[in-house]
Design a protein around this ligand. Structure first.
Ligand code: THU
Length: 296
């Protein structure tokens, strides 16, 4: 899921990006989708609420879906409708716009006694599920929407009740690697790769391959994910999922060596095209390895 920021907003962008990916995975959206996100304040969101919806009140989050879902249909089973929303400029199917009021984020974080980050992610999640076709007019709808939001937040490790939930499944890791693949920068090879690394403490880190006009400077998806993880303080990992299209994206030799530094017993899952998957331990992919254990 591509978050297209309408103004500069580096604030928490990595956790928001993961939360958005988890929403797309929870909903089961297969297409590369994007949404426009605007972080604003109470006076501005009140103006938008008044002008667009005739409600002269500020609020925490507003969303404007681009898809008109028929009754009972949500984004996970609306591929044909979503395909009509392709934006060539954004290289994504645009599901709509989300506005979040920073004033509300801060006040609600304090009210619920949790972090600003968690509140931000929650409001983004709520806005996204509206863009996926959910609503909360009836009790039944509200329950269904809450269940989906919880599923996404649990996967992202930021559920409102503070529980991290169970470990992500292999299928979820692969789906997250596929989401990350959409952010690949690969104009030279046109081989998009996405990775999702799971740390021992249950955190998820995604990465995509980043190519360069000086070809040798390309960074693989696995190393992009690992660099994010280590920079955030994670140094032990249990699994990595790698996704691509056209062939099985087994990690290259350099990535095997770099992953071995932190996780010689890593499970490596690869997935390609629709439904092809394979798995091998890193110790099999890199036999007789040289690593930290070998330095006196
Ligand atoms: N690539 C990866 O991202 N991971 C690997 O382990 C193998 C290769 C990328 C690098 C380059 O952008 C493209 O795939 C073609 O080599």
């Amino acid at each position: 899921m591509k978050l297209i920021w309408t103004q500069s907003s580096s604030l928490l962008s990595a956790s928001l990006s993961l939360a958005a990916d988890c929403c797309a995975v929870a909903e089961g959206i297969g297409l590369p989708c994007g949404v426009y996100v605007t972080v604003t304040d109470d006076p501005e969101i009140q103006r938008i609420n008044r002008e667009q919806r005739g409600i002269d009140r500020s609020t925490d989050v507003l969303s404007f879906p681009s898809v008109n879902y028929p009754q009972g249909i949500t984004a996970g089973n609306a591929e044909r409708l979503i395909r009509q929303e392709y934006s060539g400029d954004d290289h994504a199917y645009i599901l709509g716009e989300i506005y979040i009021s920073c004033d509300h984020v801060l006040a609600q974080a304090e009210e619920y006694g949790h972090s600003v980050e968690r509140e931000f992610c929650y409001l983004l999640t709520h806005g996204l599920f509206h863009l996926f076709g959910y609503d909360h007019i009836t009790d039944e709808e509200r329950k269904e929407m809450r269940t989906m939001e919880e599923k996404a937040m649990k996967l992202a490790g930021i559920s409102r009740d503070g529980e991290t939930g169970s470990a992500p499944t292999d299928a979820q890791l692969i789906a997250l690697a596929r989401e990350a693949m959409q952010r690949s920068y690969s104009p030279y090879s046109r081989y998009k790769v996405g990775a999702c690394l799971l740390s021992e403490d249950g955190r998820l880190f995604t990465g995509a391959n980043i190519e360069n006009a000086s070809f040798g400077l390309t960074i693989c998806a696995e190393r992009a994910a690992l660099a994010k993880a280590v920079s955030e303080g994670a140094q032990s990992f249990t699994a990595i999922a790698i996704a691509a299209e056209g062939s099985a994206p087994w990690p290259c030799g350099a990535c095997r060596q770099v992953l071995n530094e932190f996780a010689p017993d890593l499970r490596v899952l690869v997935a390609w095209d629709k439904g092809n998957a394979d798995e091998a331990p890193l110790s099999v992919l890199l036999p007789h390895s040289f690593g930290p254990k070998d330095l006196p």
